[in-house]
Design a protein around this ligand. Structure first.
Ligand SMILES: [Zn+2]
Length: 136
């Protein structure tokens, strides 16, 4: 009873794979394994943080380097064409991120940002995260 064509099936498989390896899910799995518990996308908080660790009064944003304008990062390089368009768009995101960070801190949340490129080294990003959690 398998009526998916080969092509369709491999397309489905690749979709599943890519969903499982988004930066967000990689980081989520990493800290979940270590026993951290969190809520996802709390709409009541500024910027709808990707993860909310209530117990630690910490929110986590997992940022794509390109869209959030990671500085000094190869993945954060802007396209050479349509410069004004991209600058406006990405600067807008950076400004919004900053504003949300300030708002969250004002109401007593600590803000941890994970850049997509930092997930190349899971040991190092996890060490950084643990240090942040403990540094209250
Ligand atoms: Zn980066």
């Amino acid at each position: 009873m398998d009526h998916l064509t080969k092509e369709k099936r491999s397309w489905n498989m690749s979709r599943i794979r890519s969903q499982e390896t988004t930066p967000e899910i990689i980081f989520r799995k990493l800290i979940h394994r270590a026993g951290f518990r969190y809520r996802l996308y709390d709409k009541t908080l500024p910027g709808k943080p990707d993860l909310v660790l209530k117990k630690h009064r910490t929110v986590v944003f997992i940022h794509g380097c390109f869209w959030h304008g990671h500085k000094n990062c190869e993945r954060g390089n802007r396209p050479k064409t349509h410069k004004n368009f991209w600058n406006k768009k990405i600067e807008g995101n950076i400004a919004r991120d900053n504003k949300n960070r300030i708002k969250l801190r004002k109401i007593g949340w600590r803000v941890f940002t994970v850049w997509e490129c930092e997930l190349k080294n899971l040991d190092s990003i996890f060490a950084k995260f643990k240090k942040f959690i403990k540094s209250v």
